[in-house]
Design a protein around this ligand. Structure first.
Ligand code: LMR
Length: 334
């Protein structure tokens, strides 16, 4: 018998001495939807390696990349029912469990990844890790990917250029509103279906950081990519609280230490990997990379900015304000 049924039984009877006394290692199945050579993919493998080094015989991590075990449509339910024990979905994918995380989808809210980082480290950001515990999801850390760029089958320089196009989006009402704000349509599609949808013309545009564009080869089916940095794709590393808190304290503390180390590495290297993947796309020459002038970027910002108001009540104006303040440059002190 595999370990999974034992863990399920353990959850059913709510007491989990089985985990505490297990002679066999505790199994953590980590499922995700991107490829190994992305910030999240590398993070998952680093976590697996450090656990193998430091908790050999006590914990075993299995990583399932590329939606190979569960995909966008069913991975959170699989976590809640303990079929898998760890995930790192993009923050846009938690909409069904909390509206607060939608703050990360608001267009042009964060100036850059450093600002996102500051927000996640402050009290309001850290609080968001606990926002879904009642739904059987506990946040363990934030992981960066990067700022999003826009791709399409025609050059996008002004918001008007997007008019009438259909974009693939993650399952987020904010992202739907973001494209509606520029007169475009949006279709919520699993990450795993995106390449085919772009290739077949079902959708004509997409948004993602460079690393996802390159690793999924979206650049091969999108002739234009505009460097907008209009939003962010970041992740929350999550587990099932009933599984997580049943892990013996000493082992959990060690796991938390490893997670802190991995999170630091992922966040430190994400920007570099995105820069490298931008260069790879440029070199491949599959798509034309367009840079915006300050005025053009401002026009996109103005067009999409009303989305903030639309979602202020759902997200909470205090959360949006806390996020906004991380952009403010402090006056230099001499
Ligand atoms: C997407 O669906 O576009 C992203 O969330 C994929 C990912 O996990 O980076």
């Amino acid at each position: 018998m595999g370990k999974l049924p034992a863990i399920l039984l353990c959850l059913t009877i709510t007491l989990c001495p089985a985990i505490a006394e297990a002679a066999e290692p505790i199994l953590i199945r980590f499922s995700h939807v991107v490829s190994d050579d992305t910030p999240k993919g590398r993070g998952a493998l680093l976590f697996k390696r450090l656990v193998a080094e430091r908790l050999a015989g006590k914990v075993e991590v299995q990583v399932y990349p590329n939606s190979s075990l569960f995909g966008d449509a069913d991975e959170l339910e699989a976590l809640r029912t303990n079929q898998i024990q760890m995930l790192a979905p993009s923050l846009a994918k938690f909409e069904g469990y909390t509206k607060q995380l939608q703050v990360f989808d608001l267009p042009f809210l964060f100036d850059d990844l450093d600002a996102v980082n500051r927000f996640q480290k402050r009290a309001t950001g850290r609080q968001l890790l606990r926002a879904m515990e009642d739904h059987g999801i506990v946040g363990l850390a934030f992981w960066h990917n990067g700022m999003k760029q826009l791709s399409a089958n025609r050059p996008l320089r002004t918001p008007q250029d997007a008019h009438g196009l259909t974009f693939r989006i993650q399952p987020s009402a904010v992202l739907q509103a973001q494209f509606a704000a520029v007169g475009a349509h949006a279709v919520k599609l699993d990450f795993a279906s995106t390449y085919k949808a772009l290739q077949s013309g079902q959708v004509q545009g997409a948004e993602n950081p460079w690393s996802n564009f390159y690793s999924q080869r979206f650049d091969q089916v999108q002739p234009y990519l505009t460097e907008t940095n209009h939003g962010v794709i970041d992740y929350m590393l999550v587990s099932n609280p009933r599984f997580w808190y049943a892990i013996p304290h000493a082992i959990r503390t060690e796991l938390e230490g490893i997670i802190e180390e991995v999170s630091h590495t992922v966040s430190r290297e994400a920007e570099q990997l995105n820069r490298e993947d931008r260069a790879r796309i440029l070199k491949a020459g599959t798509t034309q990379i367009l840079e915006l002038t300050t005025e053009q970027r401002e026009a996109w910002r103005q067009a999409m900015r009303p989305v903030w108001q639309q979602f202020e009540e759902q997200i909470g104006s205090n959360i949006i304000k806390a996020a906004e303040t991380v952009n403010r440059r402090r006056p230099a002190t001499h």
